[in-house]
Design a protein around this ligand. Structure first.
Ligand code: NAI
Ligand code: 15L
Length: 263
């Protein structure tokens, strides 16, 4: 690619992507509402609020790929979620439509299906069961991507990320962990495959106790390599959780029992 836009570049995954995915394009354009490290060689740094349509239009111009990580990433008030994840996604897709439809990776979340029990194994076509306003906003993003694909041919990887962190920190994350290496190898595939379409992709490593079936995207030629079992000993040292605790019952864990935030 000539120019890859990474939104949410000041965040957890964004900082990792900035470090590890610079080879994907000649220029990496980094954006966030928060301050970022100054631009290094081959980088552009542009502070931008995703809810500002004109700013997002200018941000997307000249990009031939977008890794859309920006937005509210946990449960918050409806207003905060609406600005970043609803209006923000609208602005991004409209900007993409105006500027040549660069391929998009939309960072969706397991909280689109949080109210499935941990005892179930899911394929990508199960109906969504969001576990809060955050999860609902990610369902919205996935549906916007689907609509823009059907209507205009806009390509998007609707990436339902489990838990993309250095390592799992609790028992639930043994199933949901998505290693940084596996995340990066997936980005390499998505941005290099000749035809992508608009698939839902489960963003998880090859965890032995995982819940999600990615066999529908075998054609992509991507297979995760890491397995959370290497952390099993460490995780088993943690105190046992009650069998009726939300993080033991539901795939979305604690998000399922969280409050509706009001300021
Ligand atoms: P994060 O919260 O660390 O990063 C998100 C970034 O978006 C932040 O730097 C924030 O300043 C920025 N942002 C928030 N509102 C904005 C706005 N109105 N305009 C512009 N930028 C705004 O989240 P993280 O962990 O890096 O996740 C990245 C993406 O992946 C998020 O969209 C999140 O929902 C999604 N995701 C992440 C998972 C994970 O395990 N890390 C799991 C599932 C989904
Ligand atoms: C998410 O969607 C969040 O962005 C992340 O912070 C984690 O909470 C993750 O899901 C998870 O479910 O572990």
């Amino acid at each position: 690619m000539e120019r890859l836009l990474i939104t949410g570049a000041a965040g957890n995954v964004g900082r990792m992507a900035r470090e590890r995915l610079s080879h994907l394009a000649n220029v990496i354009r980094l954006s966030d509402i928060s301050e970022m490290e100054p631009a290094k060689a081959n980088e552009e740094v542009i502070q931008c609020d995703l809810s500002d349509a004109a700013a997002v239009d200018a941000l997307v111009e000249g990009c031939d790929g977008i890794l859309h990580l920006g937005g509210v990433s946990v449960e918050r008030t409806y207003d905060l979620i609406e600005a970043a994840n609803i209006r923000g996604v609208h602005n991004l897709y409209e900007a993409a439509r105006a500027h040549g439809m660069p391929r998009i990776v939309f960072a969706s979340s397991n909280h689109t299906i949080g109210f499935y029990p941990q005892s179930e194994r899911l394929t990508a076509d199960v109906p969504t069961r969001p576990d809060g306003w955050y999860g609902v906003s990610k369902v919205f993003g996935e549906e916007v991507a689907k609509m823009y694909h059907a209507k205009f041919g806009q390509e998007t990887a609707r990436l339902r990320i489990g838990s993309c962190f250095e390592k799992p920190v609790d028992r639930r994350m043994m199933a949901t962990w998505f290693s940084y290496d596996d995340f990066c190898s997936l980005m390499e595939r998505i941005f290099n495959v000749p035809k992508l379409g608009c698939p839902v992709i489960w963003g998880a490593s090859a965890n032995s106790c995982g819940w999600w079936d990615n066999s529908h995207i075998n054609w992509l030629g991507w297979a995760p390599k890491d397995n959370s079992e290497i952390f099993r000993e460490e995780i088993e040292k943690l105190p046992q959780r009650p069998s009726d605790a939300p993080d033991v019952l539901w795939q979305g864990g604690k998000f399922t029992s969280g409050p509706i935030f009001k300021d």
